[in-house]
Write a protein that binds this ligand. Sequence first.
Ligand SMILES: [Zn+2]
Length: 182
Amino acid sequence: MYQVIGTLPFGKQQNFVEGDYKWSPSTINWLRSQQILLNFTVGKGKRFGDNMDSPACSNDEWKEKLTPEQYAILRKKATEAPFSGKYNEFHGSGRFICAGCGAELFDAETKFDSGTGWPSFTSPIDKGSVAENPDKSLGMTRIEVECSKCGGHLGHVFDDGPGPTGLRYCINSMALELKPDQ
Ligand SMILES: [Zn+2]
């Protein structure tokens, strides 16, 4: 376990203990960039951004573990070309796990055909299975979705989805692996 120590606005210092707070590394970066979380330090034993139970991989280790395409998406936030992914047209059952760390992310039951060319889901398996962060890249304001366990980039979430949530989790096929129902 390590501690993240941040100074909140008004100079109030607070310790955040990994495991207690739900912020992903990119959220922390965003908070820092907004000067909400200052004087950021991380304790010994873990690299910045590692979750307690996450596979603590360096960039080189991720490169070895993932295909170049998966690495570009999961670790460098790239987006696969629309209609190119192997799960875009998938209509079977099962659970989608993170291609980086194996965490269960989406149930195929929540998958719907959005027509966008990317696998789309109305909700993650569990609220805590993904982390959502503001993403202002490419001149847009979007909400990035990443794997809570390994911090891998998965895609984005939009509020133009169907019921019951009204959300559209737009996810790269390459960031997922299907675990078929037993
Ligand atoms: Zn993961």
